[in-house]
Design a protein around this ligand. Structure first.
Ligand SMILES: Cc1cc2nc3c(=O)[nH]c(=O)nc-3n(C[C@H](O)[C@H](O)[C@H](O)COP(=O)(O)OP(=O)(O)OC[C@H]3O[C@@H](n4cnc5c(N)ncnc54)[C@H](O)[C@@H]3O)c2cc1C
Length: 401
């Protein structure tokens, strides 16, 4: 007997899974359980247009409010799933309810990491993950406010851009020598350092944060950087507690196969939380980006319904900071490439960077250059050897490399 499909995590991946299940023709009960009060919404605007006050709240939602009822999807919002029992096929909710399921999707996403220093979990420390966080920061980003951001990753840099645009004084403290060094490598990381310095951000590298205090950050050299607003953006951790306690295989996220099935055949995972075997790379990868949460659920939904679906999309993400727009297509791990090739005007921030390993393109990033994602994806997917000189030459079309 079909007792229905339960999705834990009512955000982008969860909502897209419900949509895909109905699109596949599934007519049984679907319940979407989420511990936030909001219906599913998208997070990229929270550090961009919504944080800047340029985008309306209504625009952030995945579906209109009446979509769920119209599609027979039960929303259980503001309630956490506290345990899953794969043998009994049940999900326990805070408050005592227990939901039966035939198939379960874990779309629990991830949560901001805290700094393991005194004051690291203080109430005055802000993180940026939920819509309320974005609204608090938006109100605090005022002309002259001293905003200190710990961590020069994507969230930290986008927030820095929004704070500067609002007229705040912004200091970014980063332990490494450059922003985004681990993900982009030295050559491209420098572009982002130059961008933020050009906009008046006080970027401090090699910073050792010793303590977070309501009025500032104490550093290893004994100095304190005064702060009216203190934001920590030092990465995220996948929300794996339910899977771990249920005995599912968890390694850097919930391990799945290429069909997004976990180690229990009736439990699937998608989005930030899934460390999914990727046929193109021949190993599991966990992608903490929007496009992954958007597209994986269709595969999980089909697989839950017994169809032979495989997730093998080339990873993709984007960022907007000041007047810089960027898309990144592919997957280059820190230390996994041996060469970076630039095409275009790096100083003018209008270029494409390619990460290569042994002549193959692992990833490409277009900065203020548009409509090139398809050929970059094709270069990555093909795995063929390319001539770096032709790759660097803007006169050679990307489709002819
Ligand atoms: C501010 C910000 C900006 C971003 N910008 C970009 C960008 O520019 N480009 C890009 O590619 N990506 C971006 N991302 C990343 C992107 O938003 C994520 O990859 C995406 O949100 C992942 O979706 P998800 O549904 O897997 O998980 P999440 O969005 O994390 O959602 C998981 C949901 O599950 C809920 N949940 C967890 N555990 C439980 C439980 N036990 N019971 C009930 N509910 C639970 C959580 O509260 C949450 O609502 C950004 C992220 C943030 C925070």
């Amino acid at each position: 007997m079909d007792t229905g499909i339960v999705v834990v995590g009512a955000s982008l991946a969860g909502a897209k899974a419900a949509e895909a299940l109905r699109a596949e023709g599934y007519a049984g009960p679907i319940t979407l359980v989420g511990d936030e009060q909001e219906r599913p919404y998208e997070r990229p605007p929270l550090s961009k247009g919504y944080l800047l006050g340029k985008e309306e709240r209504e625009k952030i939602y995945v579906h209109p409010a009446d979509w769920y009822e119209e599609h027979g999807v039960t929303l259980r919002l503001g309630v956490a799933a506290t345990a899953i029992d794969p043998a009994a096929h049940t999900v326990a909710l805070a408050g005592g309810d227990r939901l039966p399921y035939s198939k379960l999707l874990l779309a629990t996403g991830s949560s901001p990491r805290r700094l393991p220093v005194p004051g690291g979990d203080g109430e005055f420390v802000q993180t940026l993950r939920r819509v309320g966080d974005s609204e608090r920061l938006r109100a605090a980003f005022r002309p002259g406010a001293r905003v200190v951001i710990v961590g020069a990753g994507w969230i930290g840099l986008e927030a820095a851009a929004a704070a500067r645009t609002a007229g705040a004084e912004v200091t970014v403290l980063e332990a490494a020598e450059l922003p985004l060094l681990r993900v982009l490598g030295r050559e491209v990381a420098q572009v982002f350092a130059d961008l933020h310095r050009a906009h008046g951000v006080d970027l401090r590298f090699g910073a050792k944060v010793e303590e977070l205090k309501p009025d500032g950050v104490r550093l290893g050299d004994g100095s304190t950087v005064p702060a009216d607003v203190l934001l920590v953006g030092v990465g995220i951790s996948p929300n794996t507690a339910l899977a771990e306690h249920a005995g599912l295989t968890v390694e850097n996220g919930v391990r799945t196969d290429q069909h997004l099935a976990t180690s229990h055949p009736d439990v699937f995972a998608a989005g930030d939380v899934a460390n999914a075997f990727h046929p193109l790379f021949g190993k599991p990868i966990r992608v903490e980006h929007w496009a992954n949460a958007l597209n994986q659920p269709a595969v999980a939904a089909a697989a839950m319904l017994g169809k032979d679906a495989v997730y093998d999309r080339v990873p993709y993400f984007f960022t907007d900071q000041y007047d810089l727009g960027m898309e990144y297509t592919g997957y280059a791990e820190p230390g996994g490439y041996d060469r970076v090739v630039f095409r275009g005007d790096v100083a003018g921030r209008e270029f494409i960077a390619f990460w290569l390993s042994g002549g193959k393109v692992l990833a490409g990033m277009n900065v203020n250059v548009w409509d090139v994602t398809d050929p970059i994806r094709e270069l990555v997917r093909s795995g063929r050897d390319v001539d770096p000189e032709r790759l660097a030459d803007p006169a050679v079309p990307l489709t002819e490399i």
